[in-house]
Design a protein around this ligand. Structure first.
Ligand code: PLP
Length: 438
C-alpha cells in the first residue's frame, strides 16, 4: 500500500478494531498473498478498486456470492425501489410472500421456504428441524467438503474447536465424499440415533459410482433426513438447483451465495411435513425455527427477486457454463505451453474452477500456491486460487486473464525450478483457515 494512502491510518489499526480484521476468515490477511489489496473500496461489474489505489479484475466475487456482477444495475434498481418503500416492519412484508411463492413454484423438492441472512443460519436450522422431526441427536456431515456453518455443530469438527464443549462436538459425526462405506460405518455404529446427513452435491470432485443416490437411499432407509447444501451450487452449477440433476429428493435444501448477488440472503427450503414443524398450524411440539429480526429485510428479498428475473430472462447459468468451458480450455493450453501440466491443475466444475499447485512429489504446496497467487495479484487480478464466474465477466476479462496468466506461468516456471523458492516470497505463506493456533 502506498505510504501516503488516505486509508493507511485506519488500515494500520484494522486488527485492533475487528478480530481477524474481516467478517469471514476466508477474507483475512492470512488467506491472501501480500500483493493483494488489504481492503476494497468499491466494485463494478467484474472489477474492484483496492485501498492501494489499483483497479483489479475480480475472480473472487464476494466469496462467490456475486453471480451477476458488482453493483449490477437491474438489481440496484430493484433494491433502490424497495428501499424507498421501507426495509423492516412489525408484521411481515408482502414481498416475503411474493418471493416465497416464486421460490416454491421453482425450487425442486420445495413446499415451503424460510429466509435468513446467512448460510450458516439455514444449515443450522436444517439440522435442528431434522433433530426435532426424527427425535434423534446425531448430525452426520461430509468432511471432504470445506464448510457448512460457523455454528458449533460444524466448527466442532474442524481444527478450530475452541469454545465448543466436548459434549457438543461428539454429536457430529463425519463421512467422506465418494466413500459410501464410510457413511455405512457411521450408520452401523449409531443405529436409530442419526437425525440427518448433510452434504453438498459436489465441491471439487464429481460424484462417482452413483454415490449421491446411494447416500440418499441409505439415509432414508435408516430413517434419517437428507439435507443438501446448495449454498455454492444453487443458481451457479445448476439453475435453480443442482441436486435434481442427479434425481435426488432431499428433505431439506439450503441456498445462499447464488441467490441475491451479494445481498445478505439465505433460504431454507424443504418438504411440508418437515418445514411445517416451524409453523403455527400443527398440534405437535413447536420447533423454534429461524426467528430473526433481519431475516426478511425487504431490500435483500427485492435483490433476490431481481436476480431470479435476470437469471430466467438472460439464461445466465448456461452462459456461465459456456464461459467457464472456454476459460478452462484456454488456461489448460497455457499450462501445457509452460510445461506445468503435471503441477498446476484445474479442478472442479467450470463455473467454479480451482487451481491446484503441486510440488514434484505430487503433494499440494502452500508455498507454491502463495507464490502463484502473489504473482497474479501483483499484476492486477484479485485471485484466491479459484474462478468465481459472474455474468459481468466478458471477452475482455477473458483475454486479460489469459494474458496475465501466461506471464505468471512463465514467471512461475522459473520459481518452480529454483532451489530457493522462498526467496521469491513477498510475504507470509497462506495458511489454512481452520488451525489451532495463529
Ligand atoms: C457450502 C456452504 N455452506 C454454508 C456456508 C455458510 O454460509 P455463510 O457464510 O453465509 O454463513 C458456506 C459459506 O462459505 C458454504 O460454502
Amino acid at each position: 500500500m502506498p505510504k501516503n494512502s488516505r486509508f493507511s491510518a485506519l488500515l494500520n489499526k484494522r486488527h485492533s478494531l475487528i478480530p481477524g480484521a474481516a467478517h469471514t476468515y476466508s477474507k483475512g490477511d492470512d488467506q491472501f498473498p501480500r500483493t493483494a489489496p488489504p481492503a476494497i473500496v468499491r466494485g463494478k461489474g467484474a472489477y474492484v478498486w483496492g485501498t492501494d489505489g489499483k483497479k483489479y479484475l475480480d475472480w473472487c466475487m464476494g466469496l462467490r456470492s456475486v453471480l451477476l456482477g458488482h453493483a449490477y444495475e437491474p438489481v440496484n434498481r430493484a433494491v433502490a425501489k424497495q428501499m424507498s418503500l421501507g426495509t423492516n416492519f412489525g408484521r411481515p412484508a408482502m414481498i416475503e410472500f411474493e418471493f416465497a411463492n416464486e421460490l416454491v413454484k421453482m425450487l425442486p423438492n420445495t413446499d415451503m421456504v424460510k429466509f435468513a441472512k446467512n448460510g450458516s443460519t439455514v444449515t443450522t436450522a436444517a439440522t435442528k428441524l431434522a433433530r426435532a422431526f426424527t427425535g434423534r441427536k446425531y448430525i452426520v456431515v461430509c468432511s471432504s467438503q470445506p464448510f457448512f456453518s460457523y455454528d458449533d455443530w460444524f466448527v466442532g469438527t474442524t481444527q478450530s474447536p475452541a469454545g465448543i464443549p466436548e459434549e457438543v462436538r461428539k454429536l457430529t459425526l463425519t463421512f467422506a465424499y465418494n466413500d459410501i462405506a464410510s457413511l455405512e460405518r457411521v450408520f452401523a455404529e449409531h443405529q436409530n440415533e442419526i437425525a440427518c446427513v448433510i452434504l453438498e452435491v459436489m465441491a471439487g470432485d464429481e460424484p462417482k459410482d452413483n454415490f449421491l443416490q446411494k447416500v440418499e437411499a441409505l439415509t432414508h432407509r435408516e430413517g434419517a433426513l437428507l439435507i443438501i447444501d446448495e449454498m455454492i451450487t444453487g443458481f451457479r452449477y445448476g439453475f435453480p438447483a443442482l441436486h435434481d440433476r442427479y434425481g435426488l429428493k432431499p428433505d431439506l435444501t439450503t441456498y445462499g451465495k447464488g441467490i441475491a448477488n451479494g445481498y445478505s440472503l439465505a433460504i431454507l427450503a424443504g418438504r411440508k411435513e418437515v418445514m411445517e414443524l416451524g409453523g403455527l398450524e400443527h398440534k405437535k411440539e413447536r420447533v423454534f425455527l429461524v426467528s430473526t429480526t433481519h431475516g426478511a429485510e425487504t431490500t435483500a428479498l427485492a435483490a433476490g427477486l431481481a436476480v431470479l428475473k435476470e437469471m430466467k430472462i438472460k439464461k445466465i447459468q448456461p452462459a456461465l457454463v459456456r464461459y467457464g468451458t472456454k476459460l478452462k480450455k484456454e488456461l489448460e493450453k497455457l499450462v501445457i505451453k509452460h510445461s506445468l501440466a503435471e503441477f498446476v491443475q484445474l479442478k472442479g466444475a467450470v463455473v467454479n474452477m480451482s487451481m491446484v499447485f503441486k510440488d514434484r512429489d505430487g503433494a499440494v504446496s502452500p508455498l507454491l500456491r502463495t507464490l502463484f497467487l502473489q504473482e497474479v495479484n501483483k499484476r492486477g487480478i484479485l485471485f484466491q486460487g479459484y474462478f468465481a464466474l459472474s455474468y459481468s465477466h466478458g471477452q475482455r476479462e477473458l483475454q486479460t486473464t489469459l494474458k496475465i496468466f501466461d506471464k505468471v506461468l512463465g514467471e512461475y516456471s522459473k520459481i518452480f525450478a529454483s532451489t530457493d523458492r522462498e526467496a521469491y516470497l513477498l510475504g507470509p505463506i497462506i495458511r489454512p483457515v481452520f488451525r489451532k493456533y495463529n
